[in-house]
Write a protein that binds this ligand. Sequence first.
Ligand SMILES: Cc1cc2nc3c(=O)[nH]c(=O)nc-3n(C[C@H](O)[C@H](O)[C@H](O)COP(=O)(O)O)c2cc1C
Length: 204
Amino acid sequence: MEYFEGISTVIKRRRSIRKFNKQPVDMNMVKKIIDIASHAPSNNNRQGWKFYVTEDAKLKKAFYDLILKKLKDRNHQSKVVDNLMVDYEKHFVHFKNAPVVVVCCFVKPNRFQTKIFETDQENQHMTGELISLSLVIQNMLLLAESAGIGTLVMTSPLVIAQDIKQMLGIPEKNAIGAFVCMGHYDERPDPPRHYELEKILHIK
Ligand SMILES: Cc1cc2nc3c(=O)[nH]c(=O)nc-3n(C[C@H](O)[C@H](O)[C@H](O)COP(=O)(O)O)c2cc1C
C-alpha cells in the first residue's frame, strides 16, 4: 500500500464540511485549485467545464431565500415526505456560510454531437459531460483538503438552478452540475459509514 500513501491519506481524510469559520479563503488558492483540478480526463478531451466563483454574501443570501421559498411552496403530497423535510431542509442551504461557493457547470453537448448517432444520444452525452465535470470536482476536493481548506459538494441548490444561472449571468448552454463550498473550519466531522469492499466489489 506504500505506493498510495500520500494520495490515499488525503482521499480518506476528506470530509464534507458544513460549518465554516469566518477566515476568508485566499482567492489565488481557489484559482490554483481549479487550474490544477482541470487536468482531469474529459469526454473527447472537450474540457467542457466552466466555474463561476462567488464570495458575495448578498448573493448567497438571495440563493438561500429563494431555496427556502421554493421548499415552502412545493407540493405537499405526503405527510411522510413533509416530516422528513423538516430535518432535511438544512442540507439545501449549507452554502450560506461558506466563504467561497464555486458553481460548477458543464457545457451541454452541441447539435452535431447529439445528432451523429441514429438514436437520440443527448442523455448519453450529458452523462459524459457530467462525469468529466465530476472528475474535476473530486480533484478540487482533494487539492483543497491537502491545502487545509474544507469543502462541501452540493446538488440540492439545483432546485433553483435557473434562478442562479440568471443571477450569475451563466449562458443557457452551460448546465450547473454541482456547487462546491470552500472554507476554513474548526472541527472535522466524524467519518460517516463506509461500505466494506466485499459489499461493492464483484469479480466475475
Ligand atoms: C453529488 C453530491 C451531492 C451532494 N449534495 C449535498 C447537499 O446538497 N447537501 C449536503 O449537505 N451534502 C451534500 N453532499 C455531501 C454528502 O452528503 C456527503 O458526501 C456524504 O454524506 C458522505 O460524507 P463525506 O463527504 O464526509 O465522506 C453531496 C455529495 C455529493 C457527492
